[in-house]
Design a binder for this molecule. Structure first.
Ligand SMILES: [Zn+2]
Length: 335
C-alpha cells in the first residue's frame, strides 16, 4: 500500500519536476494607453515579477484618442466612438520620466523605445534625433510605429502612413546610425482583402535597410483583421519566405499570433509553427502588447507556455527571453 502510495505521489509530482521555469522578456509593452494614462511603474514591476518577466520593452503610444466635443461619454478605447486620434509626442516624456525614476539597479531590466512622432512627416527623423541627443543612451529602440493599422488608421486624420514612405526611410537611416531596433506595426492586408494587399509596404524597407533590425508587430496581423478573416491563409508561406530572404526581420508573436496560429482551436501547438520557429530560433520574440494596464501580464505570458513546451528547450529559452535582448543596441547589452 505504502509503495503504491509513493508511486502515485511520484506520478503527481513528476510533471511538476519536469516543468520548465521560463523567464520572459516582454518585447512589446506600452507603458501608457490611448489616453496616455498608466497603472504606473510600481504596478508594472509588481506584475512583471508575478509573471516571471525579467525584461520589458517600454514604449508609449504614438497617438492620443480625443474626447471630442460631440461625444457625450468619455471613450475608454480608441474604437469606443467616432472621435479621431492624433499624433502625440509627449508620450515619450512619460516613458523617459518613468525610466529615470527607477533606481539605478532596476534600469537594466527596462528598455525604452521612442515612438511619439508622425510617420508621415519628413521632419520626424529630425525630431527623433533631437530626442536622442536630449537623453544620450536612454532610448534603446524606435517604435511601436503605427502604419497600416485597420480601424485605428481610419481614425487618424490625414493619409494612411506606409512603412515604405519617404518619412520613414529617413527614420530607418537614423535607426541604422544609432544601431536602434525598430518595432513596426504594418498590417499585411486590409480587413476585407483575402490576399497580402499591403505586404510590399513592409518588404521594401526590409530590403532597403539591411542594417536595421525590424520587429514586425504581430507579423502583420491584428485583432480587427481576425474579426473579419479569422485566420490569414497566406501568412505562413509569406513569413517562411521572408525569414529566409531578410535576415534583419524579427517577428513579435504577441496577441493575435497565439491563436489561431501557434495554437489550434483545441489549444494544441501547431506543428508547422513549431517547425518554423525551430528553423529560425533567433528571429521570434514574445510580447504582451499591454497598453497602460498590467493586470493581465501573468495570464498573457502563461498562455504562451503550451507552445513553448512544444519547442526544444534551447529554442524556447531564446523565444521567451533571449532573442529580444539580442537585438538591442550593442551598448545596452550589459546583462
Ligand atoms: Zn502595440
Amino acid at each position: 500500500m505504502l509503495r503504491i502510495g509513493c508511486m502515485a505521489m511520484m506520478a503527481v509530482l513528476s510533471p511538476l519536476l519536469e516543468a520548465r521555469d521560463y523567464r520572459f522578456s516582454d518585447a512589446h509593452l506600452h507603458y501608457v494607453d490611448f489616453f496616455q494614462e498608466s497603472d504606473g511603474m510600481e504596478a508594472l514591476q509588481e506584475k512583471m515579477q508575478a509573471a516571471g518577466i525579467e525584461h520589458v520593452m517600454l514604449s508609449g503610444v504614438p497617438v492620443a484618442k480625443k474626447w471630442d466635443e460631440d461625444e457625450p461619454k468619455r471613450p475608454r478605447y480608441y474604437a469606443g466612438d467616432d472621435a479621431n486620434a492624433y499624433w502625440y509626442s509627449a508620450t515619450d516624456v512619460w516613458v523617459a520620466d518613468a525610466y529615470k525614476k527607477l533606481p539605478a539597479n532596476q534600469r537594466q531590466y527596462f528598455h525604452p523605445f521612442l515612438s511619439g512622432f508622425n510617420p508621415n512627416d519628413k521632419n520626424a527623423d529630425a525630431h527623433i534625433r533631437r530626442m536622442l541627443e536630449l537623453d544620450p543612451g536612454l532610448w534603446q529602440g524606435i517604435g511601436e510605429i503605427f502604419t497600416r493599422h485597420d480601424d485605428l488608421t481610419a481614425l487618424i486624420h490625414g493619409e494612411a502612413p506606409r512603412a515604405n514612405n519617404e518619412a520613414l526611410a529617413r527614420v530607418f537611416h537614423l535607426a541604422a546610425e544609432y544601431d536602434l531596433p525598430v518595432l513596426l506595426h504594418s498590417n499585411i492586408t486590409s480587413k476585407r482583402e483575402r490576399n497580402p494587399l499591403y505586404l510590399p509596404e513592409i518588404e521594401e524597407p526590409l530590403r532597403n535597410h539591411p542594417h536595421v533590425r525590424f520587429i514586425w508587430a504581430h507579423a502583420g496581423t491584428s485583432m480587427e483583421l481576425h474579426r473579419h478573416q479569422v485566420k490569414l491563409k497566406f501568412l505562413y508561406t509569406n513569413l517562411e519566405r521572408m525569414l529566409e530572404q531578410y535576415p534583419n526581420l524579427y517577428i513579435d508573436l504577441s496577441w493575435t499570433m497565439l491563436q489561431p496560429y501557434l495554437l489550434d482551436e483545441q489549444g494544441k501547438p501547431d506543428a508547422k509553427w513549431v517547425k518554423l520557429i525551430s528553423t529560425y530560433p533567433e528571429r521570434f520574440m514574445l510580447g504582451s502588447d499591454a497598453v497602460g494596464q498590467f493586470d493581465s501580464l501573468e495570464e498573457t505570458m502563461k498562455s504562451f507556455v503550451p507552445f513553448l513546451d512544444a519547442l526544444p528547450e534551447e529554442v524556447a529559452r531564446r523565444l521567451s527571453r533571449d532573442n529580444f535582448l539580442q537585438i538591442l543596441p550593442r551598448n545596452s547589452k550589459l546583462q
